[in-house]
Design a protein. Structure first.
Length: 178
């Protein structure tokens, strides 16, 4: 009956996985965490990233058990730490083997963002890329079209936000650039 009921599917999911990856009253459920961490700037989660994250989490869980970490809570097969440890690998592969491979001409722009803040504006991008603000805006729009950036903010303050999927690959720092 699991296949016929989304409620039963969700119940099964939470028997296998922890209720939350980031603990806390205001933190998202594990399923929401997984979907937001594997979504690109368009808000879409590709099945390959979801499968990759689950596979990498399995590998990380096995490593945790091999070094003597405690078993996951209750019936769960995975500890939240396995997911956190798996995300950098997924980020790196998606960035290098998908984004950069499909858009090699944009790779220099992307690489220049390494170590920068996760939220940028046209003026901050102009400084990073050493181009006029108008050119930076055009380049940021290109990166938005391919799903690297997500456009946020308003007309007065247009923000370019990097989704979680690409943050580890570029060692980005949470926050808005100034």
């Amino acid at each position: 009956m699991v296949m016929a009921s989304s409620a039963e599917q969700e119940k099964l999911f939470y028997r296998i996985f922890p209720a939350q990856i980031d603990a806390g009253e205001r933190k998202s459920t594990a399923l929401d965490w997984i979907l937001t961490r594997t979504a690109d700037g368009t808000g879409s989660t590709a099945p390959r990233e979801l499968i990759h994250l689950l596979s990498a989490a399995r590998d990380q869980q096995l490593k945790l058990l091999e070094v003597g970490a405690s078993q996951p809570a209750e019936e769960a097969l995975f500890d939240r730490a396995a997911f956190k440890a798996a995300l950098p690998e997924v980020s790196k592969v998606r960035f290098e083997q998908t984004l950069c491979a499909e858009h090699p001409k944009l790779k220099p722009l992307l690489n220049n963002l390494e170590g920068e803040k996760t939220q940028q504006t046209a003026p901050t991008l102009a400084k990073i890329w050493h181009v006029p603000e108008g050119d930076a805006l055009a380049k940021a729009e290109q990166l938005t079209e391919i799903g690297f950036f997500q456009r946020r903010g308003s007309k007065d303050l247009l923000l370019f936000w990097v989704p979680f999927l690409y943050r580890d690959a570029l060692h980005l720092v949470q926050g808005q650039a100034e």
